[in-house]
Design a protein around this ligand. Structure first.
Ligand SMILES: Cc1cc2nc3c(=O)[nH]c(=O)nc-3n(C[C@H](O)[C@H](O)[C@H](O)COP(=O)(O)OP(=O)(O)OC[C@H]3O[C@@H](n4cnc5c(N)ncnc54)[C@H](O)[C@@H]3O)c2cc1C
Ligand code: FES
Length: 504
């Protein structure tokens, strides 16, 4: 597969673009990050009469992980209800189910009230056994029954004839996330909100007021600040020990219109496959079957192109009518130890600063329920989910998972002791990058298709890990906390807020 990894949602819409912040400004609430979490927060606050300013680092909003999603709207938890109940108890598991379901309803309500044509449709979700066998399905059946959550054990038959048991869940949904968020950006502006793109935020200082400072030295003073940057850039060691960055892959394959039905499907493997259909527009003969999976820790794999190939093969075995692969892409998810987001006050930034992170692969619903929760906290309204999602929570029962993730991050620093991938730029083929040792340090060397060489420091500006080459997307990825950079060093994803440095 080539490195043109635009997702199926990469839609041009004027509402997504804006001017950079050109001077100092003030508002009631400054929202940093214009993905689903940030735009929904800004929209809910603007709807409640607050003056909001949204700042986003990219040239257009919703161009972060929200554009890389597969947009399943699910209340069934990716990390399973059995896991959550075992580490946080049954009451938290029930509250989590209810809150994700409320998030789906909120997206539906906003789409209706703002008249957004975003293909929102309620569908069933289905969990089926993978190569790991039926144990997870059986375990989940017991847990869901105990929790009193709605589901049905039934049979699932793929278009190719394979069939298996599955658990079917009502009231899931699917939508087109970028049609939805472009309209939400317009609705924010219609309520007096202001959006600035191409504006990187470097510092957030809590207080009354909060001060948000951009890379160009502009300041926004605000009654409250919300950090909705997916992976926060200023969480220090506190947040980074609580989230682990994983890369996940997706392909969109043409299938004859109507041949796959409509719904959401996932298997029980780890990592699991997740599947949905995006209907083709009127007059087209095809739908898109979107298949995702093949997750690994960010920066810790070198076989990205083969991962897309394996997803296509997996789909082909189950859906014989699967045709051309129209899109392939990847992106990151940030896992927490219990599988629930970290949403609420960010005390390490000072008072009146809030954060929405730790999507755990469910960022559509976490971003939406997080927006509702944070908007309530900013407005001084009680919200019973505050303790469920508190970023300061401790989860002793999940300590082993947390420890494993943190030992993994620390282990990545041993890259400082090893040699380079190659000895010098002459060993790098055009269109590729490699890490080269020079004395005590390492260089990230990229040779473009015309043979032009860019030599960068391989040291991640965030906390000093060494980046690794990602041949699938032609990027430099940091294996510690998920920062990503273009081949020529531009920061694409935080927590880093700066680019890779040019080498001398
Ligand atoms: C392949 C894939 C499939 C997925 N499938 C699903 C799914 O089916 N269902 C689901 O619920 N979730 C899914 N997810 C997860 C979901 O897409 C994400 O969790 C969600 O989009 C994150 O939204 P966000 O608003 O938190 O972050 P983002 O959309 O990444 O938005 C953050 C914004 O902050 C901006 N920003 C970052 N740093 C700064 C800074 N310093 N200053 C200013 N702005 C900054 C970025 O430019 C970006 O626009 C999937 C993810 C991937 C990668
Ligand atoms: S992302 Fe933290 S060191 Fe690179």
């Amino acid at each position: 597969m080539n490195t043109d990894t635009r997702s199926i949602w990469a839609l041009d819409d004027a509402a997504r673009t804006a001017a950079p912040l050109a001077g100092d400004a003030s508002c009631d609430v400054c929202v940093i990050g214009g993905g689903i979490a940030g735009l929904t927060t800004a929209y809910l606050l603007a709807r409640d009469g607050k003056k909001v300013i949204v700042l986003d680092a990219k040239p257009r909003v919703a161009a972060g992980e929200t554009e890389h999603t597969t947009a399943h709207l699910a209340w069934y938890l990716d990390d399973t209800f059995s896991h959550l109940a075992s580490v946080r108890g049954d009451e938290v598991a029930k509250a989590a189910a209810a809150s994700h379901r409320a998030a789906i309803d909120l997206i539906g309500e906003i789409a209706r009230s703002e008249r957004i044509a975003c293909d929102f449709r309620q569908v069933d979700g289905h969990l089926f056994p993978g190569a790991d066998g039926p144990d997870t399905l059986d375990q989940e059946e017991k847990t869901l029954t105990r929790l009193g959550l709605p589901f049905e054990r039934t049979k699932l038959t793929f278009p190719g004839g394979r069939s298996s048991d599955c658990l079917r869940f009502p009231a899931h949904a699917r939508f087109h996330p970028i049609k939805y968020l472009a309209a939400l950006a317009a609705a924010i502006r219609a309520r007096g909100g202001v959006i600035h793109t191409d504006t990187v935020v470097e510092k957030v200082r809590g207080g009354a007021p909060c001060r948000v400072t951009t890379a160009h030295g502009r300041t926004v003073t605000a009654g409250a600040a919300v950090i909705a940057t997916n992976n926060p850039f200023e969480g220090g060691t506190v947040l980074h020990t609580k989230v682990a960055s994983y890369t996940t892959y997706a392909v969109a394959i043409e299938v004859p219109k109507g041949s796959c039905g409509d719904g959401l499907w996932w298997d029980t493997e780890d990592p699991y496959h997740y599947v949905r259909v995006q209907p083709g527009g009127e007059g087209t003969e095809f739908d898109h079957l979107i298949v995702g999976g093949e997750d690994h820790k960010t920066g810790q794999a070198g076989d990205q192109p083969q991962r897309w190939d394996r997803l296509v093969a997996w789909a082909g075995e189950r859906v014989p009518g699967a045709g051309a692969v129209r899109f392939h892409w990847s992106g990151q998810v940030f896992e927490t130890a219990d599988g629930l987001g970290l949403i609420g006050p960010a005390p390490w930034n000072g008072p009146n600063v809030f954060v929405i992170t730790g999507d755990s692969g469910m960022g559509m619903t976490h971003g939406t329920l997080g927006a509702r929760l944070v908007a309530d906290l900013v407005l001084g309204r009680p919200n019973e989910l505050a303790t469920v999602y508190s970023p300061s929570r401790l989860t002793p029962a999940a300590a082993r998972t947390l420890l494993g993730e943190n030992l993994n991050a620390v282990a990545q620093f041993t890259d400082w002791l090893t040699g380079g991938d190659v000895k010098g730029a002459d060993q790098i083929p055009p269109g590729h990058g490699a890490v080269v040792r020079r004395g005590l340090t390492k260089l990230a060397v990229y040779k473009d298709d015309r043979g032009q060489v860019t030599t960068l420091s391989a040291v991640c500006p965030h906390m000093g890990c060494l980046v690794r080459w990602n041949p699938g997307e032609a990027t430099w990825d940091c294996p510690c906390h998920g920062s990503r950079f273009s081949a020529t060093g531009t920061c694409l994803h935080g927590p880093s807020t700066s680019d890779l440095k040019k080498a001398d």
